[in-house]
Design a protein. Structure first.
Length: 126
């Protein structure tokens, strides 16, 4: 009798553990952190507000993430030069339209969040 309780207890613990692992795996697949996106592009994990005319490593990160998020057969990949010019502005506009957020060509927390997700997922936003 005692042996059956131990076996049932272990089986129950295994089920709980398997369920927790399955849930954790699916949660990780639906969200991405800035650190995950940074590990793909490796410029910075800083996500400041960006707009046309900005320059620097955060713009390089933006350009790299846009290249991972937009299908290169539909959109010309950006040169990762750290300059937020017309091509980067157009890519931001297209990306924002693909993911259903305001197409304002400005990169704030909502755009970064969507980029973080699409950068680390194996498909394109559009």
């Amino acid at each position: 009798m005692r042996k059956n309780r131990i076996v049932l207890g272990l089986a129950g613990a295994g089920l709980v553990l398997a369920t927790a692992i399955g849930t954790a795996g699916s949660a990780a697949a639906t969200t991405a952190s800035p650190d995950q996106a940074s590990s793909v592009c490796n410029y910075t994990n800083s996500e400041p507000f960006l707009s046309r005319g900005d320059t620097g490593t955060a713009v390089k990160q933006l350009q790299c993430e846009l290249n991972y998020s937009l299908n290169p057969s539909l959109f010309t990949p950006l040169v990762v030069d750290g300059i937020f010019g017309q091509a980067t502005s157009d890519a931001v506009y297209n990306f924002q339209g693909c993911v259903g957020i305001a197409q304002d060509r400005l990169v704030g927390s909502q755009t970064w969040s969507k980029l973080d997700y699409w950068t680390v997922n194996p498909s394109y936003a559009c």
